[in-house]
Write a protein that binds this ligand. Structure first.
Ligand SMILES: CN1c2c(nc(N)[nH]c2=O)NC[C@@H]1CNc1ccc(C(=O)N[C@@H](CCC(=O)N[C@@H](CCC(=O)N[C@@H](CCC(=O)O)C(=O)O)C(=O)O)C(=O)O)cc1
Ligand SMILES: N[C@@H](CCS)C(=O)O
Ligand SMILES: [Zn+2]
Length: 770
């Protein structure tokens, strides 16, 4: 029988219930027991829902209170020494994820630990906590989540397929702990495998028939040693266990990475959305009992599946393998999708055609079961669903909503000169130094200030029509006034308006552009409990009118210090949206680049001296395989330059990036040709700063001095150590002082304290070097 399966579900909940519970626990409003009850209720509802949609292999163990890689680390005892004194496992878990700062009490000692490093999960907008390994790492298996969740489901009479993070991906994505730079984390494989075997035996003993072992590292460019590790791992596991193993690769092409492990597993899952060509390649490699899980339904985007095409691919697989050996699945975990389109009342009312093109996680599980039924019982058995799907696909293909001839025309007639600033950096710098008159080590922030409860509630009231647009504008102005006054008082040099009017740096701009629409409830987890609601790019993009000029000019009117306008760059606007899949990404990005170019020019004309165009997503947009990088970097860097090159020499263009390994795209960063670059740095190793010196980075740089994800306040001494290091690698006259990223997730008390310390660092360093 063709089995309808799922790889993972949006654990945050239909209405972000998990996020709300976790945050309530952090703020002491609920106990750990209440958190557990909340979490188990959400899980239970999701298992029932997936069953109702017709999913036969329902995942368990795909749920987490913060991050699944962090769960894996904790359950295998990979706990860096600095967290080992925190005995409560839940507190320890959150301390590793987000840091912990608690004053001493009569009975307890002071706790002050920063969070572990966070990195992008492949090319998604999700971030995982990077495990830290030592060469003599000891592993212990403690309360495996997969077993606990499998048993919980079983007690509810729901049979599930446990999901675990595979051993090679776990070790490969981890890093060597500080001080052990030259050690290969995969050398720990023989040590961790016995514990994986123990875990698989526990799952088998609990009654699980299949286990899904996530090995997305299979889609990376891998050296032979890692390919060999895959073979060794699954040979060892296969010899020692008898549970059915389904190894899941997703987000790209596995190519030859998978060959060594295939003989040792019971099934493999491939992402046929990203790599449909791999179906032909894998079929001859399978023996006559192995299962192939077809990743046919896009887990990363929100467009309906082309069911006829998926069924065609499924039939091809069945012709080679037979129905008993085919699973139908999403391309990757549906945790990257929003929950359900059923909450989208506004789109339903204003643009029902668009709604008919959308499928979120719940609808995707339905698509999976329709495909499985069509393959099992013939397309006739689901003919109504197929007819409705074909009609929606055709309506999208032919809709007038998706094309704007004026935008298309402008995009193919861009003058060559528009892709580059007229003068080189040194001429621009001279003009900017004269105009801005900044001190040595200028201080600035990355743009956002705390998005307080008051701000969010005001926005919510405005959106619901409970606050008039005049009152909302007055409220935002009041916020900007306070933010500008704060920056002046604390002593920053280049000020920002603080972004109080923005719910999100991408969604906000989507509202101001044609070709975008919005969901009311299309939340996706970005890290920990933090979610984003990516807007939907369904048509050609152009500006509705000036987007930021009013608020930026207002903020500038409040201060004599230079104010930095704040925009989100074209690549990030595209990458952090649900992007149309009926136009090449390069063309979508060019359209956004042109819209932003107009905004940058308008800001300059309105007297704004510095303009920051954030591109934190440029690194994550990189194709997973290096062979595809050059083409991407060529157009993505080009679009950034298109958006920023329309200004005069004296206008200082800033850009900002976070969450990234910059080293491998360093030349592209230079090519962006921004006058000032701010980057996340406070938790990076020296490798990041070194490359600026090695490559003689020509422009100015602000490597972040403090982590903005954690509520802890870094001391002057702590930031001074980091800045001392910065100026070892970056010429002093080019070095800026700023935090790692925006402060929107922080509260005011810690923001005030941290920025006061940051400005003090600048004062002390100026006293020493000016
Ligand atoms: C820089 N980052 C960003 C990424 N992607 C983006 N699209 N945007 C980014 O900024 N990727 C990489 C990083 C990830 N970092 C973050 C940082 C912060 C958040 C975050 O704070 N998310 C918020 C949700 C933000 C939002 O849009 N909120 C709405 C409010 C909606 C709401 O919850 N309203 C409440 C009522 C108000 C209340 O009681 O508080 C309700 O409806 O119940 C808004 O501001 O209007 C989060 O809380 O998760 C995400 C990624
Ligand atoms: N200007 C944005 C950048 C985040 S990456 C902010 O400060 O939040
Ligand atoms: Zn950032």
């Amino acid at each position: 029988m063709v089995v309808a399966t799922n790889l993972g579900f949006p654990y945050v909940g239909a209405k972000r219930e998990l996020k709300k519970s976790v945050e309530a626990y952090w703020s002491g409003k609920i106990s750990s027991d209440e958190l557990k009850t909340a979490y188990q209720n959400i899980q239970k509802n999701h298992w029932i829902l997936q069953k109702e949609q017709g999913i036969k292999h329902i995942p368990s163990g795909d749920y987490t209170l913060y991050d699944r890689v962090l769960d894996t680390a904790q359950q295998f005892g990979v706990i860096p020494t600095r967290y080992q004194h925190i005995h409560d496992p839940l507190q320890q878990f959150f301390a590793m994820g987000r840091g912990l700062q608690k004053p001493a009490t009569a009975t307890t000692e002071k706790v002050d630990v920063p969070a572990q490093e966070m990195k992008k999960w492949f090319d998604t907008n999700y971030h995982f906590i990077v495990p830290e390994f030592e060469p003599n790492q000891q592993f212990t298996l403690q309360n495996p989540r997969a077993v606990e969740q499998y048993n919980t489901a079983k007690a509810l009479k729901i049979e599930t397929r446990p999901v675990i993070v595979g051993p090679v991906t776990f070790l490969h994505l981890g890093k060597a702990a500080k001080g052990f730079d030259n050690f290969d984390t995969l050398s720990l494989l023989p040590k961790v495998l016995p514990l994986y075997i123990d875990l698989l035996k526990q799952l088998e003993a609990a009654g699980a028939e299949w286990v899904q072992i996530d090995e997305p590292a299979l889609v990376l460019d891998l050296p032979d040693s890692v390919k060999a590790a895959f073979e060794e791992a699954y040979k060892t596991i296969n010899a020692a266990t008898s549970i059915n193993t389904l190894v899941a690769a997703y987000f790209g092409r596995v190519e030859a990475n998978i060959s060594g492990l295939i003989p040792h597993v019971n099934g493999v899952h491939l992402d046929l959305v990203r790599a449909p060509e791999e179906l032909d390649a894998i079929l001859p490699q399978l023996n006559n009992s192995q299962v192939l899980s077809l990743g046919l339904v896009d887990g990363r985007n929100i467009w309906i599946n082309n069911l006829a095409k998926s069924i065609e691919l499924g039939q091809k697989a069945i012709a080679a393998l037979g129905k008993e050996r085919v699973f139908v699945a999403p391309s990757c975990s549906l945790a990257h999708s929003p929950f359900s389109t059923s909450f989208e009342k506004k789109i339903a009312e204003k643009n029902p055609e668009l709604l008919s093109w959308l499928a979120f996680a719940v609808e995707k599980t339905k698509e999976i079961s329709i495909i499985a039924s069509a393959l099992e019982n013939g397309p006739e058995s689901v003919k109504e669903a197929l007819a409705a799907n074909a009609a929606a696909i055709e309506s999208r293909r032919t809709s007038a909503q998706t094309t704007n001839p004026a935008v298309r025309d402008r995009a193919i007639n861009i003058p060559v000169a528009d892709w580059k600033r007229p003068a080189g950096f040194s001429a621009r710098r001279e003009a900017q130094v004269k105009k801005l008159n900044l001190p040595l080590f200028p201080t600035t922030t990355i743009g956002s200030f705390p998005q307080t409860k008051e701000i969010r509630v005001a926005r919510q009231k405005f959106n619901k029509g409970e606050l008039s647009s005049e009152d909302y504008d007055a409220f935002i102005k009041k916020e900007m006034k306070e933010m500008v006054a704060f920056q002046e008082n604390v002593g920053l040099d280049v000020l920002v308006h603080g972004e109080p009017e923005r719910n999100d740096m991408v969604e906000h701009f989507g509202h101001l552009l044609h070709g975008y629409d919005f969901t009311e409830n299309g939340w996706v987890v970005s890290y920990g409990s933090r979610c984003v609601k990516p807007p939907v790019i369904f048509g050609d993009v152009s500006r509705r009118g000036p987007m930021t000029v009013d608020e930026t000019v207002y903020a500038q009117s409040l201060t004599k210090k230079p104010l930095k306008g704040m925009l989100t760059g074209p690549v990030t606007m595209m990458k952090w949206s649900f992007v149309r899949d009926d136009l090449p990404l390069k063309d979508v990005c060019t359209q956004i680049g042109l819209a932003l170019r107009d905004e940058v020019v308008d800001l300059e004309a309105a007297g704004i001296p510095c303009i920051q165009v954030d591109e934190p997503a440029i690194r994550e947009g990189l194709p997973i395989r290096r062979a595809d990088w050059d083409a991407y970097l060529d157009w993505s860097v080009g679009c950034f330059r298109l958006s920023t090159a329309g200004v005069r020499n004296e206008t200082q263009i800033h850009t900002h990036m976070c969450y990234s390994d910059f080293n491998d795209i360093f030349d592209a960063i230079v090519d962006l040709d921004a006058d000032v670059l701010s980057i996340e740095n406070s938790k990076s190793d020296e490798k990041l700063l070194k490359i600026f010196a090695v490559k003689k980075y020509p422009q100015e740089v602000g490597p972040g001095l403090f982590d903005i994800h954690s509520p802890r306040v870094p001391s002057v001494e702590e930031m001074s150590v980091i800045f001392d290091n910065v100026i070892k690698y970056i010429p002093k006259e080019h070095a800026w002082i700023n935090p790692d990223c925006g402060l929107k997730t922080r509260g005011w008390p810690e923001t005030e304290a941290a920025l006061a310390n940051l400005v003090e660092v600048a004062r002390q360093f100026r006293a020493k070097y000016a």
